[in-house]
Design a protein around this ligand. Structure first.
Ligand code: NAG
Length: 149
């Protein structure tokens, strides 16, 4: 662990909300562009997600299109196989985005990633898409996580 990571861990342990930009891969955002991805708390990468807890997700993106709706589609990719990952609210327009979405505007998509106690303690890649009216991705991001007990 380097000094910077150590400091972040310390600050997080002190109970501050820590939203560190997470390393992500774009998996084909066509209707928009991702600016930044925050998971909190996530002190080390890949993010360690504790069973039974819920994590804040904040994706800042710029839209290229107009869209009345936005719908989140989430998968946990386990050993290359995408498995649907249920979240309480799939409506992007109720997740910090004011709809209709307008082109050339920047939005913060804010939601929760719940980790159920029955999930296995494994590493996986979360694939998070937000689809527009035409089912095209406003954003599509991949970020690795590790589920821990
Ligand atoms: C989401 O991230 C953006 C950019 O970092 C920030 O301005 C905004 O306050 C964040 N929103 C929440 C609810 O954390």
């Amino acid at each position: 662990m380097n000094v910077q990571t150590g400091l972040v861990v310390l600050v997080c342990l002190m109970g501050f909300t820590c939203a560190e930009p997470v390393k992500f891969k774009d998996c084909g955002s066509v209707s928009g562009k991702v600016v930044i991805v925050d998971i909190s708390p996530c002190a080390v990468q890949p993010c360690q997600l504790k069973k039974g807890q819920s994590y804040g997700v904040n994706v800042t993106f710029t839209s290229d299109v107009q869209s009345q709706t936005s719908t989140a589609v989430i998968h946990g990719v386990i050993a290359g196989v995408p498995v649907p990952y249920p979240i309480p609210n799939e409506d992007g327009c109720k997740s910090g985005i004011k709809c209709p979405i307008q082109p050339q505007q920047t939005y913060n998509y804010v939601n929760e990633l719940p980790v159920k106690p029955e999930y296995p303690a494994i590493k996986l890649v979360v694939k998070w898409e937000l689809r527009d009216d035409n089912k095209k991705d406003l954003f599509c991001i991949l970020f690795p996580v590790q589920i821990v007990s």
